[in-house]
Design a protein around this ligand. Structure first.
Ligand SMILES: Cc1cc2nc3c(=O)[nH]c(=O)nc-3n(C[C@H](O)[C@H](O)[C@H](O)COP(=O)(O)OP(=O)(O)OC[C@H]3O[C@@H](n4cnc5c(N)ncnc54)[C@H](O)[C@@H]3O)c2cc1C
Length: 390
C-alpha cells in the first residue's frame, strides 16, 4: 500500500532516518500497540527500540554525543512514531523539549552535566508547568522557590506531568518573585533531580487515552534544589525559556496529530476497498470517495504546516506563530479525521479489536496539552499583531 511520507521535502539524511523509523513502526509498533495500550502498560521494549535507534539523542548537539539532527527530521520521526502509537512520541516529547531548553539556555556546567546523560538515555526528562489551579494561565503558578544559601527551597504542587515516574530530570517552572510586574519576570525554571530532599512524585493519573506513558503529580515540601540547577543561572528568565521550548513541544504534538490521522486514513482507504455494500466496495460509492479525499487533503496540509514550523525552528527563528498554527491545525484535523474514519468503518470501527477506537481516544489530548486550541489561537493572534504592527 502506498503511504504518504511526504519525504520529498526532507533532506536525504532525514528522509532515510524517517523511512527507517517507519519500517520499525510497521514491524514492531503497529502489531503490539493496542495490547500495551489496553493494559496501560509502559512499553519498555518499544522505548528500548527507540533508544537503540538513537531517537533520544536526536536533538542533542554532537559535542555532547548526540545526533544533532534538524527539527524537520524530528517532526518526521514523530509522525512515524504516532502513526504506530501516539504515546511513543509523547515519551520522546518532554525529553527533547527539555534537552533543547538546556542546550539553548543552560549554563555551560548544566549542559556538560545533563546533555551527555540524555543521549543514552541514562536519564529521561519531564516538563512541569501545570498546577491544580494554573494551566493555560501559566503565569498564575504558585510553586515558590526561595533562595537559601547554596540552595533554593521549593514549595508547591504540580500536576499532569507526563513521564513523571520515569524521569531523571524535571524542568520545573516556579515563582522566585511573586510580586514581579509583569508576572513572567518573577518566574524561574529549575532542573530538579529525583531524590532531592522534600521532592516526591505522586500518583499516576487515570486517562481516557494517551495510555502506557504515565502522567503524574509532583509535590515540593521545603524541597532543596541546588542554586546551580537554576536554568541559565539567572532568576526571572524561566517563563521565556519554557515558552521557547514549548515551540518544540508544539511541533511534536502537531506531528503526533498528523501521525494518528495518517494511521486512521491508511486503515480507512484499505477497508473501503475491502468492504462491500450494495454490491460494490464502499470505495466505489461517491460519498466515501469524498470522505477519503477530504481526509487525505487535510492530512497533507497538516503535514506541510508541521514541516514548515519545524523548518523555521531549525532556522533559529522565533516560531510561536508557526508552531501554534501547525499544532492548532494538525490536532483539529486529527480529531476530524479519526471521527470520519470511524464513520467509514461502520460498526466494526467501534470494536476494541481495531486500533481506530485507540486513535479516537488519543486524539483529544492533542487539542488540550501543550496549550489548548483556544490558547494556540491567542498565541497566533498575538504573533500576527506583533508582526503586522502599524
Ligand atoms: C494527558 C495530559 C498530559 C499533560 N502533560 C503535561 C506535562 O507533561 N507538563 C505540564 O506542565 N502540563 C501537562 N499537561 C497539562 C496541559 O498542558 C493543560 O491541561 C493545558 O495547558 C490546559 O490547562 P488546564 O487543564 O488547566 O485548563 P484551563 O486552563 O483551566 O482551561 C479550561 C478551558 O478554558 C479555556 N481557556 C483558558 N484560558 C483561556 C483564554 N484566555 N481565552 C479563551 N479560553 C481560555 C481553555 O482553552 C479550556 O478550554 C497535560 C495535560 C494532559 C491532559
Amino acid at each position: 500500500m502506498a503511504r504518504d511520507f511526504a519525504t520529498d521535502i526532507l533532506d536525504p539524511v532525514a528522509r532515510e532516518i524517517v523511512a527507517s523509523v517507519g519500517v520499525w513502526v510497521d514491524r514492531e509498533v503497529r502489531p503490539t500497540a493496542s495490547e500495551y495500550e489496553h493494559a496501560d502498560e509502559f512499553p519498555e521494549a518499544l522505548v528500548a527500540g527507540m533508544a537503540g535507534m538513537g531517537l533520544f539523542a536526536i536533538k542533542v548537539p554532537e559535542a555532547y554525543g548526540g545526533l544533532d539532527l534538524g527539527f524537520e527530521c524530528y517532526a518526521g520521526v514523530c509522525i512515524e512514531l504516532a502513526r504506530g502509537w501516539m504515546s511513543l512520541a509523547g515519551v520522546l516529547n518532554t525529553h527533547v523539549l527539555v534537552g533543547y531548553a538546556i542546550d539553548a539556555y543552560g549554563t555551560e556546567e548544566q549542559k556538560a552535566r545533563f546533555l551527555p546523560r540524555m543521549v543514552e538515555p541514562d536519564i529521561r526528562a519531564a516538563l512541569s508547568i501545570t498546577e491544580p489551579d494554573a494551566g493555560s494561565d501559566a503565569q498564575a503558578i504558585r510553586t515558590r522557590a526561595v533562595r537559601d544559601g547554596d540552595d533554593y527551597v521549593v514549595n508547591g504542587q504540580k500536576m499532569w506531568v507526563t513521564n513523571g515516574q520515569r524521569a531523571g530530570v524535571y524542568l520545573v517552572l516556579t515563582k522566585t518573585d511573586p510580586e514581579a510586574e509583569p508576572a513572567h519576570r518573577g518566574i524561574s525554571a529549575f532542573l530538579v533531580e529525583p531524590g532531592a530532599e522534600g521532592f516526591s512524585v505522586g500518583r499516576k493519573l487515570e486517562k481516557l487515552g494517551y495510555k502506557g506513558v504515565e502522567t503524574t503529580e509532583l509535590a515540593f515540601e521545603d524541597a532543596r534544589v541546588p542554586a546551580g540547577n537554576l536554568l541559565g543561572g539567572e532568576e526571572g528568565r524561566g517563563f521565556r525559556h519554557v515558552m521557547s521550548a514549548l515551540e518544540v513541544g508544539r511541533i511534536n504534538v502537531a506531528a503526533r496529530g498528523v501521525g494518528v490521522a495518517q494511521a486512521a486514513f491508511d486503515d480507512s482507504i484499505a477497508y473501503a476497498q475491502r468492504r462491500v455494500a450494495f454490491g460494490k466496495p464502499i470505495a466505489q460509492h461517491q460519498a466515501q470517495q469524498i470522505r477519503l479525499a477530504e481526509m487525505a487533503t487535510k492530512i497533507r496540509a497538516a503535514r506541510l504546516l508541521t514541516f514548515d514550523a519545524a523548518r523555521r525552528k531549525d532556522g533559529g527563528e522565533r516560531s510561536d506563530l508557526d508552531a501554534g498554527m501547525a499544532k492548532l491545525f494538525a490536532t483539529e484535523v486529527c480529531q476530524e479525521v479519526v471521527l470520519e474514519a470511524l464513520r467509514l468503518h461502520g460498526g466494526v470501527g467501534y470494536s476494541t479489536e481495531l486500533p481506530l477506537e485507540r486513535y479516537y481516544r488519543d486524539a483529544p489530548v492533542m487539542v488540550i496539552a501543550e496549550g489548548t486550541s483556544d490558547i494556540q489561537k491567542i498565541v497566533i493572534a498575538r504573533a500576527l499583531l506583533r508582526d503586522h504592527a502599524i
